[in-house]
Design a protein around this ligand. Structure first.
Ligand code: NAP
Length: 483
């Protein structure tokens, strides 16, 4: 099949096939061969896009429109995404190295995100507050203005949808900047949005190098809100950039999530599920449960099951239907992960499985499990963002909680137990924005998603996300008639 890749930036209703920072050459991670190139914006194109976004916002045909009109456009876009699922999934599989089945799931989840906010916006409003006998007090929600949405390379399409859908639904104008490794699906999303009737100055998509234009974009006076997903270090930098004119900021950052298995759990089910809880998306997942904490009495049984299930994973060509784990996104990312494997060995870790590259081309790396490391070891503390897990034993519930919280992050995690009281106690005690019990699946469109501690603040998904893209205004009307 010949794939059609988007080549143009989408700025102010026009497509741009060249830009002032040259081109970004993309490589296919599964083959290490050139894929295509897209233009890279400089400050000139950022000014152009932000001025158009500001004009579009101020003009009001989107920001002040009837929510039902925005809802209709977003439903049309969701339909277009579903109709183009195969093309978008193949773009994602080839650009990111994501298994095609996972890529299809991601595209459909993106469509669902637009459907959710297309519906939710018609029910999103203020409230009346009983403040005084002779007065009427009410709140309204208003769009913030120009939103810069900046997303990473691990779930490029879905992260873009998580930002763009609630921002558009609530009436903002958006400039979307995908990661420079993976700009294609965001550009394709922009094309579909324009075709679906989203105005060309209300959603614009630029590609550009964060190291070149990131600070200019996030410090730009026309940006009123930054919606960011990416590394904690980049998030901290963005926060500093935003401080000058008190821009609104929401940050979805890194993670080092625990998978806590108590002896009273269905240990075999937990062991069977554990590999995909950390190795899905080749471990390049902010929610990856890479700290696997197991009650001592079932440690050996669980470890054997976890290793056996990991060996059964099908690692291979992202375009093959059977593949569960593809390559890493880039050679640089694979080298980073290999450095962590070397560090784990230097720190005395025992490698139970994995750790090697295959001979064939592609940025592949076998899923890797270490045991015998203390919680303070670097590989147990730092986000590796690759297929590496550590197993640590614990003796008591208190120790399990202490270990789960022994990280600077607090994004996600799982608890496996058949004791409901324990599940409730531990879920309350673990410092994390998202937790699941007896499953490793904790992300749902309808429910809020985001982090504690250095995993960020603000929430994507659910009705909560719409709050991030709106200002809350309170109005009081005096009804006393001067009496
Ligand atoms: P990253 O390096 O922080 O990049 C994220 C985005 O920020 C990219 O578009 C990048 O552009 C841009 N960027 C880089 N420097 C910038 C700057 N100075 N100002 C503004 N933007 C800048 O993160 P990544 O490596 O792409 O993604 C992996 C990280 O994302 C991991 O830490 C992962 O945990 C996190 N993540 C979190 C969630 C969550 O929901 N919490 C979800 C997915 C991923 P370039 O690509 O051009 O550098």
């Amino acid at each position: 099949m010949t794939d059609r890749f988007p080549k143009s930036l989408l700025i102010d209703g026009k497509t741009l096939e060249g830009a002032s920072d040259g081109a970004i050459e993309l490589t296919e991670p599964a083959t290490e061969t050139p894929l295509c190139a897209v233009p890279a914006v400089g400050e000139k194109e950022i000014d152009q896009a932000l001025q158009a976004a500001q004009r579009g916002f101020a003009q009001g045909s989107w920001s002040s429109s009837n929510p039902a009109a925005r809802s209709e456009a977003l439903f049309r876009l969701a339909r277009a995404i579903r109709e183009n699922c195969e093309r978008l999934a193949r773009i994602e599989a080839r650009n990111v190295g994501k298994p095609i089945g996972d890529a299809r799931w991601e595209i459909n989840a993106g469509a669902r995100c637009f459907e959710f906010y297309a519906g939710a916006i018609t029910q999103f409003g203020g409230r009346t507050i009983p403040v005084a006998k002779n007065g009427f007090d009410y709140t309204i929600r208003q769009p913030v203005g120009v939103v810069a949405a900046i997303v990473p390379w691990n779930f490029p399409f879905l992260m873009a949808c998580w930002k763009v859908a609630p921002a558009l639904a609530t009436g903002n104008s958006v400039v979307l900047k995908p990661a420079s490794l993976t700009p294609l699906s965001a550009l394709a999303l922009g094309e579909l949005a324009w075709e679906a009737g989203v105005p060309g100055n209300i959603l614009q998509v630029i590609a550009g190098r964060g190291s070149v234009v990131g600070d200019y974009l996030t410090g730009h006076p026309l940006v009123r809100k930054i919606a960011f997903t990416g590394e904690t270090g980049t998030g901290a930098r963005i926060l500093r950039q935003a401080a000058g004119d008190i821009k609104r900021v929401s940050l979805e950052l890194g993670g080092k999530s625990p998978n806590v298995i108590f002896a009273d759990a269905d240990v075999d089910a937990a062991a069977e599920a554990a590999p995909m809880a950390v190795f899905a998306n080749t471990g390049q997942d902010c929610c990856a449960r890479s700290r696997v904490l197991v009650e001592r009495s079932v440690f050996d049984r669980f470890s054997e099951g976890f290793v056996a299930a990991t060996k059964r994973l099908i690692v291979g060509d992202p375009l093959s239907e059977e593949t569960q784990v593809g390559p890493l996104v880039s050679s640089g990312q694979r080298e980073t992960v290999e450095r962590y494997i070397a560090i784990a060995e230097e720190e005395g870790g025992k490698r139970l499985v994995g750790g090697s590259r295959p001979q064939s081309p592609g940025y592949y790396l076998a899923p890797t499990i270490f045991a015998g490391l203390p919680s303070k070891a670097r590989v147990c503390q730092e986000e590796i963002f690759g297929p590496v897990a550590c197993i640590l034993p614990f003796e008591s519930e208190a120790e399990a909680i202490a270990l789960a919280n022994d990280t600077q992050y607090g994004l996600s995690g799982s608890i496996w137990t058949r004791d409901i009281e324990r599940a409730l106690r531990v879920a309350r005690a673990v410092e994390s924005g998202v937790l699941s019990v007896n499953t490793n699946s904790s992300v749902h469109q309808e429910a809020p998603f985001g982090g504690f501690k250095r995993s960020g603040f603000g929430r994507d998904l659910g009705v909560e996300a719409m709050q991030l893209y709106t200002e809350l205004k309170n109005v009081y009307i005096d009804l006393s008639g001067g009496k």
